[in-house]
Ligand binder design. Structure first.
Ligand SMILES: [Zn+2]
Ligand SMILES: [Zn+2]
Length: 328
């Protein structure tokens, strides 16, 4: 099969390798469409270190082409999307329902070969049938939407709360739509005007781009930090109202000193939110009902050969989500 292999940071090769054989509880999926995620960029640039060579990628839609003996409730030819983190299911953390933070979890495209390939094998409980109503370009967003939906469930907006989303990238633009659906007004903050315009098109009251704007439109009762910029966390603490909640989804690449005094003085509640647990079926349902728009988030669709270029241009401020069409 054809695949993109990261041989060392910055060097991605298109190669032919043996097609994987599914194990007893695995399905083999022929990948039709994949999404490029921030973690793919971090791995490509060497900011996130993983054993190489590796086929990266974890966001995908495809069809089941073969399966192991123990697979239940799945059919050959079925279109599925992938929940690409496989917790051990045995440790106390998993047993308490928090498999998202299992220390032994296996991450597709990081710990094992991922979806930037014609075929990928996945344990069947981590595949979700895609309803016929959803096209591939929509269903491929199931995973990032699950990330945002998990954060929403961590701290759900209460009626009348003023909400702010830091970062108008893919996750931020999904957060905006989830918050609007709850009935709350939501503001966005980003340094890139083009992304703020998209957020306004998706229902944000206003996109803010400077600390002055932030402080004049604030304070905010509930803040979601999706940008991963360490300075954003300082801004979030400043813009928070007394008693506010801050949910952090972004992962800053480097340590950053924490402004503890205002956290204490304002009695801020701060939550981390890591990927997802049981959100996939609800997310597919939201997509079927048309409650999350994904089309404005698609910046381009390339083939596998275009993956290196897309990763080189990952930081382009006008880009939101680039998709990779694979197929046979
Ligand atoms: Zn992702
Ligand atoms: Zn576990």
């Amino acid at each position: 099969m054809k695949c993109a292999i990261l041989v060392k940071p910055g060097e991605l090769k298109i190669q032919n390798v043996d097609r994987p054989e599914p194990g007893p509880n695995e399905v083999l999926i022929q990948v039709d469409l994949a999404g490029i995620c921030g973690s793919d960029d971090s791995v490509y640039k060497g900011k996130m270190v993983i054993p190489l060579p590796r086929i990266p990628g974890h966001e995908a839609v495809g069809r089941i082409v073969s399966m192991g003996k123990e697979v239940k409730d799945r059919k050959i030819g079925q279109r599925v999307t992938i929940q690409p983190n496989f917790p051990c299911e045995a440790c106390p953390i998993c047993q308490s329902g928090m498999g998202n933070i299992c220390l032994q979890k296996v991450r597709l495209g990081l710990d094992i070969d991922g979806v930037f390939a014609q075929y990928v094998k996945v344990p069947y409980p981590y595949t979700w049938p895609v309803p016929d109503l959803l096209d591939d370009e929509t269903a491929v967003f199931t995973e990032p939407i699950a990330v945002a939906y998990h954060a929403l469930l961590k701290a759900r907006p209460k009626p009348g709360q003023r909400v702010l989303v830091f970062g108008a990238g893919v996750i931020g633009l999904i957060m905006v739509q989830l918050i609007r659906r709850e009935g709350n007004d939501v503001f966005t903050f980003d340094l890139v005007r083009d992304r703020l315009w998209i957020s306004e098109g998706l229902g944000a009251t206003a996109g803010l781009t400077s600390t002055d704007e932030l402080l004049s439109r604030g304070p905010f009762d509930l803040i979601y930090e999706t940008s991963g910029a360490s300075s954003a966390f300082d801004e979030a603490i400043k813009a928070a109202s007394p008693g506010a909640t801050i949910v952090i989804l972004g992962l800053p690449g480097s340590p950053h000193p924490l402004l503890t005094t205002p956290i204490v003085r304002k009695e801020l509640k701060i939550f981390g939110s890591m990927i997802y647990t049981t959100e996939f079926p609800e997310v597919l349902d939201l997509l079927v009902k048309g409650q999350i728009k994904t089309q404005p988030l698609v910046s381009g669709i390339l083939d596998l050969e275009g993956l290196s270029t897309a990763l080189e241009r990952f930081a382009d401020p006008k880009r939101v989500k680039t998709l990779i069409r694979i197929g046979i």
